[in-house]
Design a protein around this ligand. Structure first.
Ligand code: FUB
Ligand code: ZN
Length: 632
């Protein structure tokens, strides 16, 4: 098996951090390893069978002539098969799997058979539609190509096989030969739905062929001049990030998944070229995202009509669009930004998205998905087994499969620990030394993390102190307290290690009441509960007798944390006593409005409440759910 990192910055001159292969880390925790196992046993087979039963695989068979029939479904449906294959690809890491291998090979065979002699591959644009190829860039031909390339890279890196990679290269070459500067005899084109940029950057890294990186540059430079037009007559130029040249962007605009995928590709490009204007545009957008455009669960996109961003602070909790794919995109973008120079604020955002809006995108049993992840609901929004637009399921799946590759990175003589989960790791430093580490923790339920070095020698260990830690964290080496000041979110332990040295990090995890910027008007007078990286919510099923949306949580109400081993696979819950205003209980249900009455704090009753991690909501009986609790 080849070296199998998710994003290979090993030779990227402007990325200081280098990746660790997905198979170099074995999860031994109960949280993520259970989910990764579920991915293999339930999620991937479930999606494979749905790709078959919904006609997605048949679309390829029709395209190749192996089957009679018509294309079924959306024009981007090939991408669901590709993302499933990417998930399978990462899942192979550290886990040889003949059964999965056979499934993958059979799908690769269908894909290869559907590929045209000139390399073109899209089962929608066949037969009658053949003449419409490349005429409308919002028809996702490049988007599908991007997912094909990402699947091929994952599959090649974890299995060493080339059957999918060769198909992807042939299609990539077709695209590179066709689209580019007019003075090179090529034609204008760039993808209506960004995705291919980060895929081509990775293909450049796999093959070493400069033309793929040049194509990333071209695709980013070509947009922003309105040349993509308005293909569906419904959206503005910002919808597909064609309203401003990339280097002039100040905030995330338009379709949320498109915007953040584009930033992934632009970050990849920066890591190879170091062009300052790209970096400053990325930093401006990150600043805008995290201070004015992002939900507390890391969700992105407040408007349903364009699946996109609203104005600054427009973050309605119930109408949140917060597509699961957008949170996956944020996770991927923040990883790429983190790789540039190891700044923990990016790891913080990965964590927010992962625990609170990627994970909420899938049911606990791995059989149903959310497309939107709202923060307020009346009980009607339930996960679905599948969608006609089924981008989110396989996005969760490829994230779970690749997760071990996101825990650590290396730089010169240094191992970085970014995310905490029990694991054993065999990490290769840039000088070739192999560092064996074991990590033990109950994260995210407990902030105690213990690391054991199993390799003697002089090297640095950098440990992330998450942004949610306010004070009181402690670090020891072999029982001796160490005082260090974090720099950009990391402390550095630099010493001659012996095998068996023990490092403990204790990150206090009190429950915190979080409030919003005053202009996030929907949340005014409200708090959300967070503990460590985990966001909490209240669901009707745990809080009978009162509508959870009416509960008031006084600032001085004590909150307690306890383990609930039988709930949601074992979680920590938060409990306390809230109030319900007597005036609310006495509301005339026939009236929607009434003259304002002076509020009286004394007229309220108390109600014990239980809050659960937001990611686990809607796995039991339906009913109202609330994240933002009124305080008065
Ligand atoms: O455009 C088709 C799908 O819709 C994409 O995969 C996602 O971005 C989603 O919004
Ligand atoms: Zn999606």
């Amino acid at each position: 098996m080849a070296f199998a990192p998710v994003v290979d910055t090993t030779r990227s001159p402007f990325a200081q951090l280098r990746p660790v292969a997905v198979d170099a880390v074995t999860l031994t925790d109960t949280f993520w390893s259970a989910r990764r196992q579920l991915n293999r046993e339930v999620i991937i087979p479930g999606q494979a069978s749905l790709c078959e039963s919904t006609g997605r695989v048949d679309n390829l068979r029709v395209a190749s002539g192996r089957k009679e029939g018509q294309f079924e479904g959306w024009f981007f449906n090939d991408s669901d098969i590709y993302k499933l294959l990417e998930a399978a690809g990462w899942q192979f890491a550290g886990q040889p799997d003949p059964e999965l291998d056979a499934l993958v090979d059979s799908l690769v065979d269908e894909i290869a058979a559907a590929q045209q002699p000139d390399g073109y591959l899209n089962s929608y644009f066949m037969g009658e539609r053949e003449k419409r190829r490349w005429t409308n860039f919002d028809y996702h031909e490049m988007y599908c190509a991007g997912h094909l390339i990402q699947a091929a890279v994952a599959h090649h890196r974890t299995t060493g096989k080339r059957n999918l990679l060769d198909v992807a290269i042939k299609f990539a070459d077709h695209i590179c030969a066709r689209f580019g500067p007019e003075e090179q005899g090529k034609v204008f084109g760039t993808d209506g739905h960004p995705e291919i940029e980060m895929a081509l950057a990775e293909l450049y890294r796999v093959t070493g062929d400069q033309k793929y990186l040049d194509q990333v540059q071209y695709f980013i430079d070509a947009r922003g001049y309105g040349r993509l037009g308005n293909p569906f007559g419904r959206f503005d130029k910002a919808y597909h990030q064609d309203h401003l040249p990339f280097r002039e962007l100040n905030r995330l605009e338009g379709h949320s998944v498109r915007a953040v995928y584009l930033n992934c590709g632009a970050t990849d490009l920066y890591s190879e070229t170091g062009e300052p204007a790209l970096r400053t545009a990325l930093e401006r957008m990150w600043e805008s995202m995290t201070t004015r455009q992002m939900y507390i669960n890391g969700g992105l996109g407040s408007r349903h009509e364009n699946e996109g961003f609203g104005t600054d602070y427009e973050l309605p909790p119930g109408r949140a669009h917060t597509e699961t794919c957008a949170s996956v995109a944020s996770f991927m973008w923040n990883w790429r930004m983190l790789m540039l120079e190891g700044d923990g604020r990016f790891a913080d955002q990965m964590e927010v998205a992962l625990y609170n809006s990627v994970l909420s995108g899938i049911s606990l049993d791995g059989t149903a998905y959310y497309y939107q992840n709202p923060l307020l609901d009346d009980g009607a929004h339930r996960r679905q087994q599948w969608f006609p637009v089924a981008c989110c399921p396989s996005n969760v799946s490829r994230t779970l499969a690749s997760l071990p590759g996101y825990l650590y990175t290396v730089s010169e003589n240094t191992v970085w620990a970014h995310h905490y989960a029990s694991n054993s790791a065999s990490i290769t430093l840039p000088d070739g030394r192999s560092i064996e580490l074991a990590q033990q923790t109950q994260y995210p339920w407990d902030g105690k993390v213990s690391l054991t070095t199993q390799t003697a020698g002089q090297y640095d260990l950098k440990l992330r102190i998450p942004g949610w830690v306010r004070e009181g964290w402690a670090l020891t080496v072999n029982g001796q307290a160490i005082t260090l000041t974090p720099v950009k979110g990391y402390v550095t332990l630099s010493r001659e290690w012996r095998s068996g040295d023990q490092i403990t990090l204790d990150l206090p995890m009190p429950v915190e009441r979080i409030e919003s910027h005053p202009l996030a008007v929907d949340n005014q007078g409200r708090v959300a509960l967070m503990r460590g990286p985990v966001l909490y919510c209240l669901e009707a099923v745990d809080n009978p007798g009162v509508d959870v949306r009416l509960l008031l949580l006084p600032d001085d109400a004590p909150l307690t944390v306890s383990a609930a081993p039988d709930l949601a696979g074992g979680v920590s819950i938060v409990q306390g006593t809230a109030q319900v205003a007597a005036a609310d209980l006495a509301w005339d249900q026939a009236a929607l409005y009434r003259p304002r009455r002076p509020a009286s704090g004394s007229q309220s009753t108390t109600a014990a409440f239980k809050a659960i991690p937001y990611f686990a909501w809607a796995n039991r009986d339906p009913g109202p759910m609330v994240v933002w609790l009124r305080t008065h």
